[in-house]
Design a protein around this ligand. Sequence first.
Ligand SMILES: NC(=O)c1ccc[n+]([C@@H]2O[C@H](COP(=O)([O-])OP(=O)(O)OC[C@H]3O[C@@H](n4cnc5c(N)ncnc54)[C@H](O)[C@@H]3O)[C@@H](O)[C@H]2O)c1
Length: 368
Amino acid sequence: MKQIKLTVKTKTQKYPIIIGHNLHKNLGNIIKKNSIKFKKCFLIVDKKVPGKFIFNIKKSLKQKEVYMYSFHASEKNKNFNNINKILEIILSKNFSREDCIISIGGGITGDTSSLIANLYKRGLKLINLPTTLLAQVDSSIGGKTGVNSKYGKNLIGSFYQPNLVVADTIFLKTLPKREIICGYGEIFKHSLIDSKSFFNFLNKNYKKIFNLSSPYIEKAIYESCKIKRSVVEKDEKEKGLRKILNFGHTFAHAYEASQKYSKKLNHGEAVVLGIKTALNFSLENSLLKKNEYKLIVNHINNAELPSSLNEFLKIKDLKKILSFMVRDKKNNSSKISLVLLRKIGSPVFNREYTKNKIKVFLKNYLAN
Ligand SMILES: NC(=O)c1ccc[n+]([C@@H]2O[C@H](COP(=O)([O-])OP(=O)(O)OC[C@H]3O[C@@H](n4cnc5c(N)ncnc54)[C@H](O)[C@@H]3O)[C@@H](O)[C@H]2O)c1
């Protein structure tokens, strides 16, 4: 399978996303071909990315001065202390603004690395090598950076676009099935907010995607990136339209936070549960028709995506869930702002609901 290239053009940056198999071995050349110039680079690496890949990457960067920091990527470690620690190390190596950060890991590594790239001397170059499916289809593009705080998820962050994204499907081979499902959740979300034909493709080919069969996996990544790109290009800073990418996420972030980011419920799983909750809320509020709802829920069930919220959360968690939903960054008032669905490809955003309305809904939902 050949390389696929997509270009993202925002007000602040124009950059390529390159999708293909075994690209990391050739990273040095890809960087050169795309005219990204730097002398020093600082690799921020998730410890779970197999060493042989890191060895190959370092080998391909032999013309550069390479430094590396590896860390255990977890939601608990996605915090400002870690950012500060890494910034101090880069400062001690006297990196200049012309130098480069290379993120090698999933969404946690990417969100952390890009905030560091943004903060260091007000911005240095940034290359993303996403190693999870979720990061390849979603978090590595669009420029959102962020870390968690005890008040909630991704509450500290900025917008900072990368200079290059290289989505190498070879990284996915060592990814646990659970993480493949999580990435698939974001692919599925993109289909729901944008494209019935992509949804139909997923419905037909999800097993091949789960098995990472070519060209299905590449097509799923490409179509997902295309959908995210079109939204980000229209609304880089989430003033309006970009909110649709948060479909399911207002619920999801509150589920994760109320579980204290426990490993029992990871981000991708929370997103699928959040999507299912948002579908039920859309149905109950007469936005989504029953037939369309059934079609989507059948896909969730057939693909065996996480779907029963009460396996993870109980009615006793309701107070905590609501307190996190009220603090969500998308809210502009005391009400809770939700993205809902009218039909596949037709999301609705800026719908605001009172805490009490959501409380009553979630209480029933958790009881069933
Ligand atoms: N910036 C954005 O636009 C955006 C969008 C969506 C999600 N996110 C963020 O992304 C994070 C979730 O991303 P994620 O699902 O990639 O999580 P992650 O970074 O935690 O990776 C998931 C797991 O896979 C492991 N891993 C990574 N690469 C591997 C590989 N090649 N082989 C084996 N194991 C590997 C990690 O160590 C981790 O245990 C969340 O913090 C979320 O808030 C950000």
